[in-house]
Design a protein around this ligand. Structure first.
Ligand code: LCS
Length: 394
């Protein structure tokens, strides 16, 4: 059963989650089993030949994981999904499915550090060529396309610059070149942006972030609207083995039930805080898609259902002053990751994006003084007092 006729917040609670057929349990049971018994040898053979679609082995499929996959596919308005052990497992699976010796990818320059690092330092070993550009200008994407480009990869909003790329325009450019468009939708979650509706072929998430939302699980997911693309992705995932664990899948399903409320509260806090930070005398600049000063403010309004909960800013006095802020917070936590119920603050140049190296960071416009704040669901007054008191310490 799909929920095409109900609102997003209702889908978060019900999509993929059917009362258990055995005892009627309302919460999806955790099938913590690596393997599934066959009634007889013929049934086992039929399951492996695909004639019987029952379960056989959890790396290949599991009922709890399937509930999560159905849920996120519905939230993204996709057709099918496959959950993975981490966001990086989702990204590397897509790269392994669509790249190979002699193939070329055009990617957003400012992506999560390890995404860029695996393209630049690992996939080069297998003959994959990458070009990183500022994808906030579709012209740059068009100019970077080569005859062997098979994949265009956008992270929008980008981590950590919060630059925004036009998904619709980039999808047209990719398709004209017979390439597919893949979008990392982690910073938005499906409540704020649905790339498949804008022409993307594949959307992926680090579910570690907003989808799970409680900083207690590492997980990822890949969604498509095309069964053939998913077949290829699922084959690569199940063979390379980046499968999610059923208990982890269940935790994410539980987190998703409150996705809508969490993102709405965090976003409200972020918008108010970004407006206040922009006026603060000790702040050099603020980048937030909900501020008119954001270079793609109009595109954000058109493409996203809201500006989200991520803010990047720099204080006057650069890295030294920034460290004072990060070392002084008491309500916000100094930690990497994002999208949790708690506010997290971190320094990309020395933490999440350190592996990229200084040259790649400069090319991607990730300045050394940039501080990234993932605004959580605490009371706004407490978050504001915390950040403003920390600014006073400079
Ligand atoms: N995509 C984006 C946009 C991310 O921000 C991250 C992780 C990933 C993919 C990878 O997901 P994971 O394997 O960790 O589930 N971003 C992190 C960050 O900014 N701080 O810590 C992790």
């Amino acid at each position: 059963m799909t929920h095409s006729d109900v609102c997003f917040d209702t889908k978060c609670i019900h999509a993929g989650q059917h009362p258990d057929k055995l005892f009627g349990g309302v919460s999806v049971p955790i099938y913590q089993s690596s393997t599934f018994a066959f009634e007889d040898a013929d049934q086992g053979a039929a399951r492996f030949s695909g004639k019987d679609c029952g379960y056989k082995y959890t790396r290949i499929g599991n009922p709890t994981t399937a509930a999560l996959e159905e849920c996120v596919a519905e939230l993204e308005n996709g057709k099918c999904a496959v959950a993975t052990a981490s966001g990086m497992a989702a990204i590397s699976t897509v790269f392994m499915a669509f790249l190979g010796a002699g193939k070329h990818i055009v990617s957003t320059g400012s992506v999560y550090g390890p995404t860029r690092t695996i393209l630049e330092k690992e996939l080069t070993r297998f003959g994959v060529e990458s070009t990183f550009v500022d994808t906030s200008s579709p012209e740059n994407v068009k100019n970077a396309i080569k005859p062997n480009t098979t994949l265009v990869y956008l992270e929008t909003p980008a981590n950590p610059t919060l630059s925004i790329s036009d998904i619709e325009s980039c999808a047209k450019i990719a398709h004209e070149a017979n390439a597919i468009l893949v979008v990392d939708n982690t910073f938005c979650s499906p409540i704020l942006q649905n790339p498949l509706e804008l022409g993307a072929d594949v959307v992926l998430h680090s579910m570690t972030k907003f989808l799970n939302g409680h900083s207690d699980v590492v997980a990822g997911i890949i969604v498509t609207k095309c069964g053939d693309l998913m077949k290829k992705i699922r084959t690569v995932l199940t063979q390379f083995g980046g499968t999610i664990d059923p208990h982890q899948a269940w935790l994410v399903l539980r987190g998703i039930k409150t996705l809508d409320m969490r993102v709405r509260v965090a976003q409200e806090n972020a918008l108010k805080l970004a407006e206040e930070l922009e006026k603060h005398p000790k702040v050099a600049w603020v980048k937030y898609p909900g501020l008119k000063s954001h270079p793609q403010y109009e595109l954000a309004k058109k493409q996203m259902n809201g500006p989200g909960a991520m803010i990047s800013f720099e204080v006057k006095g650069g890295v030294k002053a920034g460290k004072t802020v990060m070392d002084s917070v008491r309500v916000c936590t100094l930690a990497v990751s994002l999208g949790g119920i708690e506010s997290l603050i971190q320094h990309p140049a020395s933490m999440t994006h350190a592996s990229m190296g200084s040259e790649a960071r400069a090319q991607a416009e990730i300045s050394d003084g940039l501080i990234r704040l993932s605004v959580g669901c605490e009371n706004f007054a407490d978050i504001k007092n915390d950040i403003f008191s920390a600014l006073d310490k400079i």
